[in-house]
Design a protein around this ligand. Structure first.
Ligand code: NAD
Ligand code: ZN
Length: 360
């Protein structure tokens, strides 16, 4: 069976990401190589429970582990203090201790929530991830950021908590709703634009396989994305030097769109798709790139079934939301803009007029 391994090199906190198809049966063996737990707590949501998490639970039981399966409601609202509290209590009730291992089986919501609970319970439990959305496989399961939301602030309470291993089974994507799958492709395209022109070209040449969720193609694409993100994370694990900021390409626009269009209207990856086009237009207006770079992105994103045009919404409100992003960036609104395919730079203090024009 073909599989690829990406090593996230973070010294003592380093770990391997194993990517292939039909890997769930081997997940216990792979995960136990890095962590010798005899008790496993699987955290999942109701969409993932039946098709995948119960299978994983059976495999861990066959492997000789005591297994507890904890199932939460799907959706962003589960990344809450209340849900973390419920899970902490369930951990207490199942005699979980530092010999136990928490395993997230699900999308980014489950990865962030389970990771947060693992990071905080008993001052930190070992943690592994079996991500089941494309977004989680190429983005949220790499890098160690875990978090829950406060009612008015996303990801406000969290930690950097690296997993001991990540197992990515591309077969799990066969049950993912089309819209969620495509949204993940938005982040995939992002890596090409910010870091790897050859990878962008590979995507252009494999649109059909991608749309058909072809296992071989997915394995290669996911492995490349994990490697690219791992490179950035290694250089700036705790987001201190600004290098990790390049991953936010398209995201300043996307966050504003998500907030103004209303959460739930646009999926994150869809907003990122539109946001990348806006960022590329902004780069054009500053003379950094020529229009053909934007056109290439529009064509690829559209071929992958992603939106690229701005929805009708209040531009003034978009600008306001972007201003609140400033707090995060120490007082200046910085955009990640392409300089050529495979390369971006941070640009601060861009006039409002130019930013609004990029959203036309
Ligand atoms: N930690 C990080 O670095 C990081 C990075 C990016 C995003 N995130 C977080 O990730 C979250 C979004 O993740 P997401 O897009 O995976 O959303 P999600 O976890 O909500 O999953 C999307 C939907 O797909 C369902 N699902 C998951 N896997 C499935 C499968 N294999 N088959 C059928 N249905 C399945 C889920 O139940 C859910 O309804 C956000 O909370 C975001 O903040 C974190
Ligand atoms: Zn994103």
């Amino acid at each position: 069976m073909t599989r690829q391994i990406v090593h996230v090199e973070l010294g003592a906190r380093g770990y391997a990401i194993v990517i292939g198809s039909d890997l769930l049966a081997e997940a216990p063996a792979i995960i136990s190589q890095a962590s010798q737990a005899t008790h496993v707590v699987l955290i999942t949501d109701t969409h993932v429970e039946k098709p995948h998490a119960t299978t994983v639970a059976e495999h861990f039981a066959d492997h000789g582990c005591r297994v507890d399966l904890m199932v939460v409601e799907p959706g962003e609202s589960s990344k809450s203090v209340e849900m973390a509290d419920q899970l902490w209590r369930q951990l207490l009730g199942t005699a979980t201790d530092r010999q136990s291992l928490v395993v997230a089986v699900g999308g980014g919501v489950i990865g962030d929530l389970a990771g947060f609970v693992a990071a905080t319970y008993a001052r930190g439990l070992p943690f592994a991830q079996i991500p089941t959305t494309l977004l989680a496989q190429v983005d949220s399961s790499v890098g160690g950021k875990v978090a829950i939301n406060l009612p008015s602030a996303k990801n406000m309470v969290g930690a950097f908590w690296q997993p001991s291993s990540v197992v990515i089974d591309t077969e799990t994507l066969t049950t993912l709703p089309t819209r969620e799958y495509r949204a993940g492709l938005g982040e995939v395209v992002k890596y090409g634009v910010i870091q790897d022109a050859a990878f962008f070209q590979f995507l252009e040449q494999h649109v059909e396989e991608l749309n058909a969720r072809h296992a071989d193609c997915l394995r290669q694409v996911i492995a490349r994305c994990c490697q690219l993100k791992a490179d950035v994370v290694r250089a700036d694990e705790r987001e201190e030097t600004g290098q990790r900021a390049i991953l936010n390409y398209g995201h300043t626009f996307a966050h504003a769109l998500e907030a103004v269009a209303g959460y739930g209207e646009l999926l994150h990856g869809e907003a990122v798709s539109i946001g990348m086009v806006c960022a590329s237009r902004l780069a054009e207006s500053l003379g950094l790139v020529d229009p053909s770079l934007t056109e290439r992105q529009v064509e690829l994103l559209a071929a992958l079934g992603l939106p690229t045009g701005m929805p009708t919404c209040d531009r003034g409100k978009l600008w306001e939301v972007m201003q609140s992003d400033k707090k995060v960036a120490h007082g200046s609104l910085r955009f990640v803009l392409p300089t050529q395919l495979g390369n971006v730079k941070l640009v601060a203090d861009i006039e409002q007029e130019k930013v609004l024009a990029a959203m036309a």
